[in-house]
Ligand binder design. Sequence first.
Ligand SMILES: CSCCC(=O)C(=O)COP(=O)(O)O
Ligand SMILES: [Mg+2]
Length: 261
Amino acid sequence: MGVLPVPAEVRAILLDIEGTTTPIAFVQETLFPYIKDNVKEYLRAHWEEEECQRDVGLLRKQAQEDSSLDGAVLIPLESGSGKEELERVIQAVVDNVHWQMSLDRKTTALKQLQGHMWRAAYATGHVKGEVFEDVVPAIRKWREAGMKVYIYSSGSVEAQKLLFGYSTEGDILELFDGHFDTKIGPKVDSESYRRIAASIGCATNNILFLTDVPREANAAEEADTHVAVVIRPGNAGLTDDEKSYYSLISSFTELFLPSST
Ligand SMILES: CSCCC(=O)C(=O)COP(=O)(O)O
Ligand SMILES: [Mg+2]
């Protein structure tokens, strides 16, 4: 097992979810198929609700922005009433969601809808959020050492709270001081890390960001945030250059805090 000393100036640890706290397989083989299999039924059941209409409105706006992309699916406005017209619009939303998911897009519009759909899956016990076994004990230790701990995921804040609120380890939301999603900006944009630091009330170099994705690590580093790339079973492989450039950990227990005993 390796040891990665955490720089003394670090006051907060910012965690990615998929591939960092949580197996990629859980997201790709449980959470995402749930959306693909249930989106049409969900839209039919919730169409009249304000939240659902807001989600569809966001998806429609995103679809317009995406209209020049290969395979993009536009979402028409309902023109008139009637079951057939409703089904036509719902089908366009379904096709748009499937198209975005086939590209693993991280748009806020897609992530908002997914978060709302997962609510029922978690609340009924159909799904439990998976976390790697080292995650909870390590975070508890960091917090005892005075470290603040935040989540930054492309999954919506609501989806994050569901995953950790209904996790295999129970409700572990108390372990986090706050949550960020793509509303603060994309994870591959260095500006997002500056906004997160401002929101936490610290400098970017007071933060250590843990992620499985080198492009995200690169963006954070550009903003002067400390980074380590997390290697977990099922994660995408790293190039030799990435392996030698980034600090790597395969378990949260490898982080060594200056105040740790
Ligand atoms: C919050 S659970 C769903 C995860 C998700 O939708 C996703 O796109 C994963 O992104 P991450 O930034 O956590 O790698
Ligand atoms: Mg990730």
